[in-house]
Design a protein around this ligand. Structure first.
Ligand code: RP5
Length: 163
């Protein structure tokens, strides 16, 4: 799987950023979740450490209304993004081989006051996509209807497991 496998989007509503292409397999699930709700999303590798100037330029130029940032280890991507924009930022701590993903989880969840990052579970990028859709649905009735249908189907699937 490569970034070039994903279509280029003219006016993304969500930006899915990740620190490395080694995060792509996890972060692709956010892209898939948003696609299921018809939300156009950009997906890019831009490291807060290796490409800080590119990150700032991207944040200042994108049409995206919500950011989803996935990174592992010393995971500063979501926090730096939150420092640079007033738009909502969702953090996905990506599992690293060393300390079970706790490094990234704490780096994203333990943000200082004034700079929130809505942190989902370790490798929880599907939920990040759903949460981004829910944020956008506050001002989008069509999207809200899709989310209501999604939750109703999920409840039905749960009931069906008892049959
Ligand atoms: C972080 O370091 C990335 O988000 C990735 O999860 C981790 C390892 O990156 P690579 O060395 O695989 O590029 O910046």
């Amino acid at each position: 799987m490569k970034i070039s496998d994903f279509p280029v989007v003219d006016a993304p509503r969500v930006a899915i950023l990740m620190g490395s292409d080694s995060d792509l397999e996890v972060m692709a699930k956010a892209h898939k979740a948003l696609g299921e709700f018809g939300v156009p999303a950009d997906i890019k590798v831009i490291s807060a450490h290796r490409n800080p100037k590119d990150l700032e330029a991207y944040i200042n130029s994108t049409t995206a209304e919500v950011f989803i940032c996935g990174a592992g280890m010393a995971a500063h991507l979501a926090g730096v993004t939150a420092a640079l924009t007033p738009k909502p930022v969702i953090g996905v701590p990506c599992l690293s081989p060393y300390v079970g993903g706790l490094d990234a989880l704490l780096a994203m969840a333990q943000m200082p006051k004034g700079v929130p990052v809505a942190t989902v579970a370790i490798n929880g990028s599907q939920n990040a996509g759903i949460l981004a859709a829910q944020i956008l649905a506050v001002g989008d009735d069509d999207l809200k209807e899709k989310l209501v249908a999604f939750k109703a189907q999920m409840a039905e699937d749960g009931r069906a497991k008892n049959k």
